[in-house]
Design a binder for this molecule. Structure first.
Ligand SMILES: CNc1ncnc2c1ncn2[C@@H]1O[C@H](COP(=O)(O)OP(=O)(O)OP(=O)(O)O)[C@@H](O)[C@H]1O
Length: 171
């Protein structure tokens, strides 16, 4: 089983009295377009696999720095997601969000970062499960989820079959 993390940096930008502004109140999330490996070509949060001896928080901080050059702090745990492939746990993913960070998002070999208004998150270019849990996470909720995939490796070519979700959990 792979233990992995996702980190969603959040900010609120001032849009003044822009009449074209939508209902996001200027709220944005930093997504990455993944350039290689699992989920290549799709959008997701910065994140990746935990190294031996590393806590999930430490992993999320390290991966966010490595992938987009942002130093995140004060991570808030927002979710725990279990991805099953053909009945076995493939990946256990810890999800974090934060409004505290320093640095400027910078592209790396692994990822191209992009600030996205939370109403414009490109769910049709993301893992199929993201549309089920990410909107709630971006609204400040907590979630525990299980998502079942079938069809063998690699996970990003398997079929998403079904899921269970529990909201407002404590970690
Ligand atoms: C099944 N549905 C899913 N929905 C949303 N997100 C998913 C996911 N399944 C995996 N993820 C995330 O995708 C990243 C891959 O991690 P990552 O370690 O970068 O993979 P990759 O194979 O590129 O690793 P290396 O760069 O070789 O270490 C990692 O954040 C992990 O939490």
């Amino acid at each position: 089983m792979i233990e992995a993390t996702l980190c969603f940096p959040l900010r609120t930008i001032s849009r003044g009295d822009d009449p074209t502004a939508d209902g996001d109140d200027g709220r944005e999330v930093l997504l990455i377009e993944k350039r290689r490996g699992l989920g290549e070509g799709w959008y997701n949060g910065p994140g990746g696999k935990c190294e031996p001896g590393e806590t999930p928080q430490e992993c999320a901080v390290r991966e966010t720095r490595e992938e987009v050059g942002l130093d995140v702090r004060d991570l808030e745990k927002a979710g725990e997601l279990r991805f099953l492939l053909d009945g076995e746990v493939h990946t256990f993913c810890h999800v974090f969000r934060t409004r505290s960070f320093t640095g400027e998002p910078t592209p790396s070999e692994e990822a191209r970062p992009e600030w996205v208004p939370i109403g414009d998150v490109p769910y049709d270019q993301m893992w199929e499960d993201d549309r089920l849990w990410l909107p709630g996470v971006l609204e400040g909720k907590t979630v525990r989820g299980e998502f079942r995939f079938e069809g063998g490796e690699p996970l990003d070519e398997a079929a998403f079959v079904d899921h269970d979700l529990e909201w407002d959990v404590s970690f």
